[in-house]
Every structure is written in structure tokens, then in C-alpha cells.
Design a protein around this ligand. Structure first.
Ligand code: 1GP
Length: 232
């Protein structure tokens, strides 16, 4: 159920406090250097997101557990599949890939996770997940077998995000894909922000403070940075 961690995001949005999540892909994470990794991430980081396209359950549980041991930041699961759902985390971003038309990633994976989710303590936040063209073939596109939405199709992106909100999503995640060459444009972020009332997450290809601040200025409530902090 939506709870404390979601309330904190909504409060930050209302107060204009910008949030920063560092994304950790367990497959590319060296647990031996966890303290150094945590020392190297920006001090303004507010969340740790954990997940990837292909990680196994044991691997993600181990990484979440060690992060919880060394950090006070809340750990949000950002799963690529239902195998990655682990009670070791605080929150599950319950993603539905609304930009695509593959039923497996719209509802199939969610059905597979449902029975497990009923019996654990994870806070679950329904999240409308939109893959937007980042100028490369992203892992999300490959794994899901869906195409990214073209950046020029702003109104289609806005309407997709709005449909997600109307279906009950509590967050919208505008995703250009890990390692994107082109980040989600300010025009898209601001159009989505103006239309929706739920918090807006933006990620994919954000490597610099300038890019991060541009996303915030356009209306992102939470920015996700992953690749730039990898500690393989
Ligand atoms: C990917 O949005 C995230 O799912 C982060 O992307 O790895 O490019 O920072 P990067």
C-alpha cells in the first residue's frame, strides 16, 4: 500500500524540494566497495533505486541488504521483472510500461508478483513508466520488445502519462533508458508536469549537474542518475 515513503515524495513536491535517486544495477555493482560507492554519490541524494533489466532475485536481495546496512537512504526497487521483488527493500515501484503495448509488461509481470506482494511489508507505489527515445536502443526496449516514444510526440506522451494517472498511478517515470545519448527533453517534462498532478520522475542519460538542474527546472520532482556513478 502507498504509505510513508510516498507521502515524503508528495511533501517534497509541494514544498519544491527536489529529490535525487541514485540507481544501482546489481549486475554492475561491486558489493565489496559499497562504502566507497556511497561516499562518492552526491550528498544531496535522497533515495537509492535498485534494479536492472536482467538481475536475479538472490543478487538483488544481497545488494539491497548491503545497501541498507551502510546507508540510511530509503531503498526503492525499480524492477525489470517480478523475480527482482525482494522484501529486503523499503518500497516497490510497481511499474506498468504504458508507453508500450506488450501485455506482459502492462499487466503480466504484475500478476506474477501479486500473490507475493499481498504477504509482505513493502510499500507499493503504482507507477506509470514511459520509455522515451534516448537516441540508442535501450535495455528496456530490448527486454520488453517495445518501441520508445519519439520525443517529438509530446501530446501523445502527455496523454499516455495522463491515462496512467487516471488509471491510478501515483508516480510517472519519464525514462530515456540507461546510458541514453539524449535525455528526456524539457518540453516533455514541462508538458507532463503541467497536465498531471502526481510527482514526476525523470531519468536516463543524466550525467551532469547542469542536465539534472535542467530537468528540475522543467518540472521534474525526482531525478534518477545511474550510469555516471557505477562502481563495477
Ligand atoms: C535508467 O533512468 C535510469 O533506468 C538512469 O539512467 O543510467 O543513464 O543514469 P542512467
Amino acid at each position: 500500500m502507498v504509505g510513508l515513503f510516498y507521502s515524503e515524495i508528495v511533501s517534497a513536491m509541494k514544498n519544491g524540494d527536489k529529490l535525487l535517486a541514485i540507481l544501482i544495477d546489481p549486475e554492475k555493482f561491486n558489493t565489496q566497495t559499497t562504502p566507497q560507492f556511497l561516499n562518492n554519490i552526491p550528498t544531496e541524494a535522497t533515495h537509492l533505486f535498485v534494479g536492472g533489466s536482467t538481475d536475479a532475485h538472490e543478487q538483488i536481495t544481497e545488494v539491497v541488504t548491503i545497501l541498507k546496512k551502510h546507508s540510511r537512504l530509503p531503498v526503492f526497487l525499480f524492477p525489470g521483472s517480478y523475480h527482482q521483488v525482494t522484501e529486503a527493500a523499503d518500497v516497490l515501484l510497481f511499474l506498468s510500461l504504458h508507453s508500450g503495448r506488450n501485455p506482459e509488461y502492462l499487466i503480466g509481470q504484475q500478476v506474477k508478483a501479486a500473490a507475493f506482494l499481498k504477504h509482505n511489508s513493502l510499500e507499493i507505489i503504482p507507477t506509470s513508466y514511459l520509455l522515451i527515445d534516448g537516441g540508442h536502443t535501450s535495455a528496456v526496449a530490448s527486454v520488453s520488445g517495445t518501441a520508445a516514444m519519439a520525443q517529438e510526440r509530446v501530446s501523445e506522451i502527455v496523454n499516455t502519462a495522463l491515462a496512467g494517472q487516471l488509471m491510478g498511478a501515483q508516480l510517472v517515470y519519464l525514462e530515456a533508458g540507461s546510458g541514453a545519448k539524449t535525455t528526456v527533453s524539457q518540453a516533455i517534462i514541462s508538458a507532463v508536469k503541467e497536465t498531471l498532478s502526481i510527482p514526476v520522475i525523470v531519468g536516463g542519460g543524466i550525467r551532469t549537474s547542469i542536465q539534472k538542474e535542467q530537468a528540475y527546472a522543467a518540472g521534474a520532482d525526482l531525478v534518477v542518475m545511474g550510469t555516471v556513478f557505477e562502481n563495477r
